[in-house]
Ligand binder design. Structure first.
Ligand SMILES: [Fe+2]
Length: 489
């Protein structure tokens, strides 16, 4: 283990980890450097995250703008084959041909100041946040725009997917001109009973801020979107789906649209949470009826691990709450020794619709992000998996995979420090919530990435398979058991 890293060293390692992915591989055989791949681990791990954070020598202004880069790790019979490709969005193809930035991003303005950015409202779809398999389609997701359909075997980009026109903006002509497509979030949820996919999109508008609600049947057919009007602008990244409710954590966030329009600032740079305003829980009954908004305290939530109804009429969310809204445009601030203590940690939020109240209690003490529970099953899952760090670490530098037992409060930890693991993917088998946990680990010294397979029971090492190159730790993905779209493993 290295000695404790300084803030400057952490920033340096993260910068190296986010270097541009130069090569694309197809069905490249990986070889174990430690352990062995379980012979009955059959399926495909898909991952998405930024693979390029500069164009023509100009760095993007924010990690959220990195170009979507998909990894496919097909496991069968003890072998793993690796494929990786960038998502060829229209914007990516145009910028690659020009070898310069042509579009603004969530946190990136074009070089040239106000004159280059004013009134330019066509933002790049980064297609970089999640990748899912549903309704016979593999989709790369980005919360600000359309999903992109990919070939499940080769990862070739087949084009943006508007679900037969359902994701075309149906509102006024002016609104359609500003935003022709509806946003489709990167955190959809499955109804395990019906196989339907639920999702949402936040559409700021002229005087109206809309929360769009989507339902995609198991066969891939989307119903007409529902519309819930938000009382104010907000920034919502994730939600929970229970048998009775759609549940959103809604901060009172505000973009400075005039300054964004005039090109003076990026959307990310203009985003602020209004001081003194609570984080609201928005409950939308799935069976219809009025929505409710309850006070859930303060702070900010990116991710919800799971949500479920209880027999007494309450519902619970296991989520990760930040003490304060993280300044999305200032990673330097987050790594400053005297920077804000954001301390994202697990908690259980109990919501009582009858009394209109919420109460919360901490779950564990460690820093946590990228929470996952095993898919499938009914009712709450016992184990919360996440990337994490010890409670005393101030910088957002997450170096372990951890499993929090919600029944006992015990933490199991597999520490990779100073290396950087990505989101853990638990793979259930029978009644076992996680027979294995898969993650990709960026190795700081070697500047290379490994596929790491941990045993779910104790998070001990099952296998390590070096990729032929380094790739940023990335955001989200999923495991698809067995063959996928006839194309794998
Ligand atoms: Fe996310």
């Amino acid at each position: 283990m290295m000695t404790t890293l300084s803030s400057a060293q952490m920033v340096q390692i993260l910068a190296a980890a986010n270097a541009t992915v130069a090569d694309e591989y197809a069905d490249h055989d990986l070889v174990c450097s430690q352990g062995a791949v379980p012979a009955d681990l059959n399926g495909v791990l898909y991952r998405n995250g930024p693979g390029r954070l500069e164009r023509g020598g100009v760095p993007y202004g924010h990690a959220f703008d990195g170009d979507g880069h998909i990894l496919r790790l097909a496991c069968a019979g003890g072998r793993v084959r690796y494929t990786n490709r960038f998502v060829r969005t229209r914007e990516f193809v145009a910028e690659a041909a020009a070898d310069r930035l042509l579009y603004r991003g969530f946190g990136t303005n074009l070089p040239g100041g106000v004159f280059a950015n004013a009134l330019r409202l066509k933002f790049k779809n980064a297609a970089n946040t999640n990748v899912i398999w549903h309704g016979g389609k593999l989709l790369a997701l980005w919360e600000g725009g359309l999903p992109h359909r990919l070939d499940p075997r080769t990862l070739a980009t087949l084009g943006p997917d508007d679900y037969d026109g359902r994701l075309r903006n149906p509102f006024s002509r002016v609104e359609r001109a500003l935003s022709p497509e509806l946003p489709f979030s990167a955190h959809p949820r499955r109804d395990e009973t019906t196989g339907a996919l639920f999702n949402f999109g936040v559409l700021p508008g002229l005087g109206k801020n809309r929360l769009l609600l989507y339902r995609v049947a198991a066969d891939g057919t989307m119903a007409a979107p529902g519309v819930h009007e938000l009382p104010h602008c907000s920034f919502i990244h994730d939600f929970a789906l229970t048998p009775r409710y759609l549940v959103f954590l809604v901060p009172h966030a505000a973009f400075d649209f005039p300054r964004v329009l005039l090109g003076r600032i990026t959307p990310a740079g203009s985003l602020r949470v209004v001081a003194g305003q609570p984080l609201a829980v928005l409950l939308i009954p799935r069976a219809g009826g009025p929505a409710r908004s309850l006070d859930a305290g303060t702070g900010f939530v990116f991710h919800i691990a799971q949500g479920y109804d209880r027999d007494d009429g309450t519902l619970e969310l296991d989520l990760i709450r930040y003490r304060a809204f993280p300044r999305l445009d200032s990673p330097e601030l987050m790594f400053a020794p005297d920077g804000p203590v954001l301390a994202p940690k697990f908690e259980r939020l109990t919501i009582d619709p009858a009394s209109g109240t919420c109460r919360t209690r901490p779950l564990g003490t460690r820093i946590a992000e990228f929470p996952r529970v095993a898919p499938g099953g009914s009712g709450p899952r016992r184990y919360l998996f996440s990337v994490g760090a010890p409670p005393e670490r101030r910088a957002p530098y997450l170096t372990c995979i951890q499993r929090l037992d919600t029944q006992t409060g015990d933490d199991l930890v597999h520490e990779f420090y100073p290396d950087l693991p990505g989101e853990p993917i638990p793979i259930p088998r029978g009644s076992d919530e996680a027979a294995w946990v898969l993650t990709l680990v960026y190795r700081a010294a070697a500047r290379r990435t490994d596929l790491v397979i941990l045993r779910g029971a104790d998070l001990s090492l099952q296998a390590v398979l070096p990729l032929p190159h380094g790739t940023p730790p990335g955001f989200h993905g999923e495991w698809v058991d067995g063959a996928c779209g006839g194309g794998g493993p």
